[in-house]
Write a protein that binds this ligand. Structure first.
Ligand SMILES: *Cc1c(COP(=O)(O)O)cnc(C)c1O
Length: 392
């Protein structure tokens, strides 16, 4: 299989394994176990003398295809498919820390990611410092000799802040810590954290990779060495494996990923510009617009904008609720990356568990709205916004 394929080709053909039937589409291997030709063959398999499968919690053919296709896309040596994005994040963090270690993470994290580092890890004796990730000086000030893991998301949810991945990776290297990047918002098409120096990349495949609202999935990608030394045993013995059915669904999703993300990004950019001109809108944050606060970092580390738009309404929560309720095509949902356009009011949903102060730190106010652009006709979406804005 060619390493020189461009993304659209890799996402259709990468990692494909064909059974003796020569099926066109990837096969679903819904099996828990595997049989051996002889006792000696079983012994050899368990000794690791041949590469076959042992048990679906460890690995299986459909999951293998998904992992290989993701590796080719990401430029990673190895990967493990997981049942959800959170299974992937929790595994990536917890598989490499022990009591006495320290984590530094950006405070602008997906809620459950923040729980893993801020609440869960400390219960096991792993301390965590959260920083405003936009300023490298904050990362530098927070690292300690026992810092083992650094963790960030870029662009962030929901305010689409951007963090200098290469800058943080360099700081991690200075003390031998590992940088994990949650690359969900950028998608594998627009940002390559491993090339920027990160050590581990995680995805919720639930988002753009499925992209059609069907199943949960996650994946952790890194070097063979990191996976063998950290994730391999954790993964086998704690059991976050992905269902082969979901791996198959996600393989199908990957085939159309570039088409969907291109359409979603083009529409999102058009809608961001439209919103920026509206009198009811105080502010639009969109990676790709010249007025994004970190436009220089975006130019350095991303090759595309975003399928998401964050904006703030002058009328606060009341205006946000009115707008959402008046939309016809765009549905109210906390999910993102879907073919269907979705709109969320973070302060009362995804970020309701944070204190008012923590929300303010993240730039989330009553008027903040997050829009995940789907693949509908751009003009229909613009019309939907124009009509709903009149309802405010
Ligand atoms: C959705 C999401 C997750 C969690 O993924 P699930 O598949 O829902 O478990 C983690 N990080 C980010 C940035 C996400 O958007």
């Amino acid at each position: 299989m060619s390493k020189n394929w461009r993304p659209a080709t890799t996402l259709v053909h990468g990692g494909t394994l064909r059974s003796p039937y020569g099926e066109t589409s990837e096969a679903i291997f819904l099996t828990q176990g595997f049989v051996y030709e002889s006792s000696e063959a079983a012994e050899a398999r368990f000794k690791g003398e041949n590469d076959g499968y042992i048990y679906a919690r460890y690995g299986s053919p459909t999951n293998d295809m998904f992992e290989k296709r993701m590796c080719m896309m990401e430029g990673a040596e190895d990967a493990r498919a997981m049942a959800s994005g959170m299974a992937a994040v929790a595994a990536a963090v917890l598989c490499q820390v022990k009591a006495g270690d320290h984590i530094v993470a950006a405070r602008a994290l997906f809620g459950s990611c923040r729980y893993v580092v801020e609440t869960l890890a400390p219960r096991y004796g792993v301390e965590c410092t959260l920083v405003d990730g936009r300023d490298l000086a904050n990362w530098e000030a927070a690292i300690r000799p026992n810092t083992k893991v650094m963790f960030l998301e870029s662009p962030t949810n929901p305010t689409l802040e951007v963090i200098d991945v290469a800058g943080v990776a360099k700081l991690a290297d200075q003390i031998g810590a590992k940088l994990i990047v949650d690359n969900v918002f950028a998608t594998p098409l627009f940002q390559k954290p491993l090339e920027l120096g990160a050590h581990v990349v995680v995805y919720s495949a639930t988002k753009h990779i499925d992209g059609q609202g069907r199943c949960l999935g996650g994946v952790v990608l890194s070097s063979k060495e990191w996976i063998n030394e950290n994730l391999h045993d954790y993964f086998r013995h704690t059991g976050p494996a992905m269902s082969p059915f979901n791996a198959w669904t996600l393989l199908k999703g990957m085939e159309t990923l570039p088409l969907r993300v291109k359409q979603q990004t083009t529409s999102a950019a058009t809608i961001a510009d439209f919103l920026a001109d509206q009198s009811a809108v105080a502010k639009v944050i969109y990676p790709g617009r010249k007025d994004h606060p970190q436009a220089d970092i975006i130019a350095k580390q991303m090759t595309g904008g975003s399928t998401l738009v964050c904006f703030e309404l002058k009328g606060g929560k009341e205006a946000a609720f009115k707008l959402q309720n008046a939309m016809e095509i765009v549905k109210i949902s906390n999910n993102l990356g879907d073919a269907k356009s979705l709109i969320t009011h973070p302060a009362t949903t995804t970020h309701k568990n944070l204190t008012d102060e923590a929300r303010a730190e993240l730039g989330i106010s009553g008027g903040t709205v997050r829009f995940s652009c789907g693949i509908e006709d751009t003009q229909d979406l613009l019309d939907d916004f124009a009509r709903a804005l009149k309802a405010i």
